[in-house]
Design a protein around this ligand. Structure first.
Ligand SMILES: Cc1cc2nc3c(=O)[nH]c(=O)nc-3n(C[C@H](O)[C@H](O)[C@H](O)COP(=O)(O)OP(=O)(O)OC[C@H]3O[C@@H](n4cnc5c(N)ncnc54)[C@H](O)[C@@H]3O)c2cc1C
Length: 507
């Protein structure tokens, strides 16, 4: 392998071929540290030509390649195995914004551009790049494309696939496939870019993309709403769509336990309502409370208040390029009607951007708060929005019967039918003991998802984590077609082996 390392050094410069254990360590494990690998080397090319040279060298040596972006993926897709035989190709140095075309409303970016940088570049051009995830300060566009990332803007703008017009890809042979077109209409046969989006690096390396831009919103109407059940939240979603049409940008659900964990682990976050657990107050309050826990007043967080939170919360947002007053009126009229219809218990509308941020913090910190609480069992699932309430009711009941006391930390992008249906150990049970039941819990939850014709991976992908689960829930014919695509593009199986699909059944 020394010969390969020499060729790689010639291709990208010796400083960008890492082989020392301490240097490769940050690239050798996933974000959650669930998977630990040992790469032969980590190579950091700076442009498409260097990526192609690296891939050609690895292909000639018959060495497997593992593409890596920001390494924030949650399924172990970017982690090499422990055989010291795989080369990690890290795209972080391909970080140029190649062009912004405001007439065409497109931005052409390299795969290693950090998502937040792309958002900022769009903002500077008075446009919106709507992909938004909690990991946006670290994840990069190539990773977003390869996982078809979702996030909080999907309801209005779609996921990464829907934001993509063109791609540049280095194939497993080292050839460059230039599909870097900024066209909204192009019916010239198979649209090959879609094969690489969501492929988790198993078909080639994405080096650049043409992405859609949108008008920058000038106004937002943001509200946190308390209700009793997911069923009411789904009814509220329908009402919000009827009121706001395409202006409905986000519709996020989280349970009282989620809020309880956020308030416990993030002391700067404050309970959103003055009278937690109270019945419908008959009015919609404007203005989120300050860090003292009172609307403009002083006081300490009351532990009893935390215990009497509302059962469910919805964070909803309208946004538009219109006047702020219009969206405020829209939000108030929606919530007024929802209160009258008995769909919600209480609501608070943000009246400043600081208050908007404070409301969003309650939702965005759920995932981290759950991690701080201890290890847990996660499910990133989707079912049709119309089935989401029944899915939660049915699966909650099945779980309670099979694993009594397991705490359900359920939250997600309700508007997209996407739930993070997560489970924490029953109170008093060691999380590691609970985690030992992982396979049985997964089977129960994913079988339930399948009965609702849902997906076992709504936005995080398959990677290594769900590779075996995939064979259980995809039909034989879908798996065979996926395998045929893989074999056609990567016949030697050198591109991210062991991810998404297992080893071929016959040599
Ligand atoms: C706190 C937190 C919140 C998150 N929230 C969300 C969320 O709301 N929605 C969501 O969808 N995800 C979310 N994620 C998951 C993760 O951030 C996304 O999957 C993200 O798109 C991964 O980007 P990355 O650059 O980190 O990719 P990596 O983790 O580096 O790679 C992910 C996969 O893509 C492949 N890959 C990377 N770059 C390339 C390339 N250039 N060409 C080919 N293949 C490549 C890798 O081999 C791997 O299989 C979250 C993660 C964290 C840690």
């Amino acid at each position: 392998m020394t010969a390969l390392i020499d060729v790689l050094r010639q291709a990208v410069g010796a400083a960008h071929v890492l082989t020392e254990p301490a240097d490769v360590e940050p690239f050798a494990h996933d974000w959650r540290r669930r998977y630990q690998g040992r790469p032969l080397a980590v190579v950091r090319p700076a442009d498409t030509a260097q990526v192609a040279a690296v891939v050609r060298a690895c292909a000639e040596a018959g060495v497997a390649m593992v593409p890596q972006g920001g390494n924030t993926g949650l399924c172990g897709g970017a982690t090499p195995d422990a055989s010291v035989s795989q080369v990690v190709i890290s795209l972080g140095r391909l970080n140029r914004i190649r062009a912004i075309d405001t007439d065409n409303d497109t931005i052409t970016v390299e795969a290693g551009c950090v998502l937040a940088t792309v958002q900022a570049a769009a903002r500077a051009a008075n446009r919106l790049f709507p992909l938004s995830l909690a990991s946006e300060g670290s994840c990069v566009v190539g990773g977003n494309l390869s996982t078809n990332a979702g996030g909080t803007g999907v309801l209005r703008y779609g996921n990464t696939r829907e934001l993509t017009l063109g791609l540049e890809v280095v194939l497993p042979s080292g050839e460059v496939l230039d599909m870097l077109r900024g066209l909204r209409k192009d019916n010239t046969g198979y649209d090959l870019k879609h094969l690489f989006i969501g492929a988790e690096g198993t078909l080639g390396l994405i080096t650049a993309a043409v992405m859609k831009l949108y008008p920058a919103p000038t106004a937002a109407g943001t509200a946190l709403v308390a209700c009793d059940t997911p069923r009411q939240a789904v009814a509220l979603l329908g009402l919000a769509r009827r009121h706001g049409g395409a202006r409905l940008t986000a519709f996020e659900l989280f349970s009282s336990l989620c809020l309880e964990l956020v308030l416990k682990h993030y002391p700067a976050c404050v309970p959103p309502f003055a009278t937690p657990g109270a019945p419908a107050s008959g009015h919609v309050a404007s203005g989120h409370r300050d860090a003292s826990g009172e609307r403009g007043g002083a006081g300490k967080r009351d532990a009893r208040a935390l215990a009497s939170l509302h059962p469910q919360y919805v964070l909803l947002e309208f946004s538009d390029a219109g006047a702020p007053a219009d969206l405020a009126a829209l939000t108030e009229s929606l919530l007024g009607e929802a209160l009258e219809a008995g769909l919600i218990r209480d609501a608070v509308i943000a009246s400043s951007s600081a208050q908007r941020d404070a409301l969003w913090a309650l939702r965005e910190n759920v995932s981290e708060a759950q991690a701080l609480e201890g290890r847990n069992i996660k499910h990133d699932v989707s079912v049709p929005t119309s089935a989401i309430a029944e899915f939660i009711e049915t699966t909650d009941a099945l779980l309670e019967a099979a694993f009594p006391g397991a705490r359900r930390v359920t939250f997600g992008h309700l508007g997209d039918g996407n739930l993070h249906y997560n489970l924490a150990a029953p109170i008093g049970v060691d999380p590691l003991v609970f985690e030992a039941q992982l396979d049985a819990v997964n089977e129960l939850v994913h079988d339930s998802v399948a009965r609702f014709r849902g997906s076992i991976s709504a936005e995080h992908g398959i990677g290594q984590l769900k590779r075996d689960e995939l064979t259980r829930y995809k039909s034989a014919i879908e798996l065979a077609l996926m395998r045929a695509v893989k074999d056609a593009i990567d016949p030697r199986g050198l591109m991210n082996p062991g991810k998404v699909l297992g080893a071929p059944s016959s040599p």
